[in-house]
Design a protein around this ligand. Structure first.
Ligand code: AMP
Length: 494
C-alpha cells in the first residue's frame, strides 16, 4: 500500500510520486503535506534529505497554473540547493508543463532575464533575485506561494535584510512556508511578522544517534594531515566528507590528500559555479571518495551514503557541528564522526561539549603514524584586492557566507618554521616591496603611522606626535571604519 494516499494529494501528484518510487512519506511529508495542500502557512523543522522539497513542491505543483506568470517563489541559501530544488520540482510536475527555473549569482544574468519572461516557478538565491527586482526583470505581483528553504542558514549567511525586502515585494495574499533545520528565535520572529497563523511541524531528527559514533583525536598541529591520511587509509569507508573552516584550509587539505594518493576533491565558495557543479557530480557518481568542504559549500547539498564525517577543524559555531554530523547516519545507516583536534581547536571543541552535553564524543589514542608528505598552497593573498587596504573589504559580505568578525581566515597549516626567519612569501606592501626588503630597524620601536597595532594594545595616540611634514601616508578609508564602530550613521552626524 502506498502511504501517500491519505495526505490529500491530487490524483496526478500521487501518481507522479508513485512513479518516482516513493511509497512511504517521511515524517515531514506526513505531517506537513495535508496542511500544505489546504493552503495553510507552515513552519517545518527539517534538514536536507528529510524530504521537505517533495512536501512544499507538492503544494506548488498543485496550485500553479501554466501561463499565468511567476506564481511560486522558493528562496534558497545556495546555488547548489537552488538547482536541486528546481530539479525536484520539475520531476514532481511531470505532465503539467510548468516552467520552473533557478536564479542565482555567479553566472550570466541575461539568459535568466530571458527565461524569467515566461517562468511560473522560480527558485532563487536572495542576492541575484534582488538584482532582478532592481532591474525590474522579474514580476512578483502574482506570487501565491512563497517558500524559505533552509531558512536558518539564510539568516546565518546574513541574508535577513534581502529576504525581508523580497517578502515585502510579494503580495500579502499568499501561502508562506518556512523550512529550517532548527527553528530558532530569529526564525520565529520572522514567522510572526510574515506568516499567517502557521502550522508548526516539528520532526524527530533524521539522524539516528544510536547509529552515530563520534570520536576525537588530540594531535599536534603539524600531524593533522598525517593522522587524516592514516585514518582515511585505515577506516573502511563509503563516501567521506572532510570539513574545514576556511577555503584556504580546504585547498591545503585537498592538495595534501592528493599528494598522499587519496582520491579527494574540494568544494568551497571560491570556486566557479561550473567547477562546483562538476565537483559535486564527481562525488555523487563516486568518482572521488573524499569531499573536502567548507560549511557553506556543503550546506544543502544532497549527498547520500556518507559513512564518515571528519572535522579537520572544529567550527566556531557549535550549530555548524550539528549540521556537519547530520550528514551521516541517515536513513537507518550507521555513520562515524572523527574530530582531529589540535590546540587551536580546543576552544571551539569545548563550546560544542558545553552546548551539547548529551553528545558522547570518545577520546581515542592517537595512532602511530608516519609523517605524511606535506605541500603548501599558494597564498590567495590580496591578489584580487588590487592593493586596497583591508578595511575596504570589511563592508562586503564574506564569500563563504560566514559573518564578519567570526574569526580570521587563517592558514592553519603548513610546515612549521624553526628558524625564526621571516616568511619569504609574506604579503607584498602596497608599494610593491616585500617587507624583508626594507632596512632593519634597530631601535625596536614600531612604526606608528602604518604599522599594525602594538602588542600591548595601546593606541596610536599614545605615541609621540609626529611634527614632521613630509608626504602624508594613506591610512585607508578611516572614516568608514569609525562610522562602523559608532553605529550605522556615526556620531558626528547627529
Ligand atoms: P530534501 O532535500 O529534504 O528535499 O530531500 C530530498 C531527498 O529525499 C531526495 O533524494 C529524495 O529522493 C528523497 N526523498 C524524498 N521523499 C522521500 C520518501 N518519501 N522516501 C524516500 N526518499 C525520499
Amino acid at each position: 500500500m502506498n502511504l501517500f494516499e491519505n495526505l490529500g494529494l491530487s490524483r496526478e501528484l500521487f501518481e507522479v510520486i508513485e512513479r518516482l518510487g516513493f511509497t512511504k512519506p517521511t515524517q515531514i511529508q506526513e505531517r506537513s503535506i495535508p496542511h500544505i495542500m489546504k493552503g495553510r502557512d507552515v513552519i517545518g523543522e527539517s534538514e536536507t534529505g528529510s524530504g521537505k522539497t517533495l512536501a512544499f513542491g507538492s503544494g506548488i505543483v498543485d496550485k500553479v497554473v501554466p501561463g499565468k506568470g511567476v506564481q511560486a517563489l522558493v528562496l534558497s541559501p545556495t546555488r547548489e540547493l537552488a538547482e536541486q530544488v528546481k530539479e525536484s520540482i520539475k520531476q514532481l510536475s511531470h505532465g503539467k508543463h510548468l516552467r520552473i527555473m533557478s536564479v542565482y549569482g555567479g553566472v550570466s544574468i541575461n539568459p535568466q532575464i530571458h527565461d524569467l519572461t515566461n517562468a511560473e516557478v522560480v527558485v532563487a538565491t536572495p542576492g541575484r533575485l534582488l538584482d532582478h527586482l532592481n532591474r525590474r526583470t522579474i514580476d512578483l505581483s502574482r506570487v501565491k506561494i512563497l517558500v524559505l528553504d533552509e531558512a536558518d542558514r539564510m539568516l546565518d549567511m546574513g541574508f535577513i535584510d534581502d529576504v525581508e525586502k523580497i517578502i515585502r515585494v510579494c503580495p500579502k495574499q499568499r501561502q508562506t512556508m518556512f523550512f529550517s533545520a532548527t527553528i530558532s528565535y530569529e526564525i520565529k520572529r520572522l514567522a510572526d511578522r510574515y506568516l499567517n497563523n502557521p502550522i508548526e511541524v516539528l520532526t524527530n531528527k533524521y539522524v539516528d544517534p544510536s547509529k552515530l559514533k563520534q570520536v576525537y583525536y588530540d594531535v599536534s598541529k603539524n600531524m593533522k594531515i598525517s593522522v587524516l591520511v592514516h585514518l582515511l587509509r585505515e577506516e573502511d569507508t563509503d563516501l567521506v566528507l572532510v570539513f574545514c573552516n576556511t577555503r584556504r584550509t580546504t585547498d591545503f587539505v585537498v592538495k595534501n590528500l592528493r599528494t598522499n594518493k587519496v582520491n579527494a576533491i574540494a568544494i568551497h565558495g571560491g570556486l566557479s559555479q561550473n567547477k562546483r557543479t562538476s565537483t559535486l557530480k564527481s562525488f555523487n557518481d563516486a568518482k572521488a571518495e573524499v569531499l573536502v568542504c567548507t560549511d557553506v559549500a556543503a550546506r544543502g547539498l544532497h549527498i547520500e551514503n556518507v559513512s564518515h564525517v571528519y572535522n579537520y577543524e572544529i567550527p566556531k559555531d557549535s550549530k555548524d557541528y550539528v549540521h556537519r554530523i547530520g550528514r551521516t547516519a541517515r536513513a537507518g545507516e550507521s555513520g562515524k564522526v572523527i574530530n582531529i583536534l589540535c590546540d587551536l581547536d580546543h576552544d571551539n571543541f569545548g563550546r560544542i561539549q558545553r552546548d551539547y552535553r548529551n553528545f558522547e564524543i570518545e577520546n581515542l589514542d592517537t595512532p602511530r603514524v608516519e609523517q605524511a608528505t606535506t605541500v603548501r598552497v599558494e597564498s590567495r593573498g590580496r591578489s584580487n584586492n588590487r592593493g586596497r587596504p583591508n578595511t575596504w573589504r570589511r563592508s562586503a559580505p564574506r564569500r563563504d557566507g560566514r559573518p564578519r568578525g567570526s574569526g580570521p581566515r587563517r592558514d592553519n597549516e603548513g610546515p612549521r618554521r624553526h628558524d625564526n626567519q621571516r616568511r619569504s612569501d609574506a604579503p607584498r606592501r602596497h608599494d610593491g616591496q616585500r617587507r624583508t626588503d626594507s632596512p632593519k630597524r634597530h631601535d625596536s620601536s614600531r612604526r606608528t603611522d602604518d604599522g599594525p597595532k602594538r602588542d600591548d594594545g595601546s593606541k596610536r595616540s599614545d605615541s609621540p606626535k609626529r611634527n614632521d611634514s613630509g608626504p602624508r601616508k594613506f591610512h585607508g578609508p578611516k572614516r568608514r571604519y569609525d562610522n562602523r564602530r559608532k553605529g550605522p550613521r556615526g556620531n558626528f552626524r547627529r
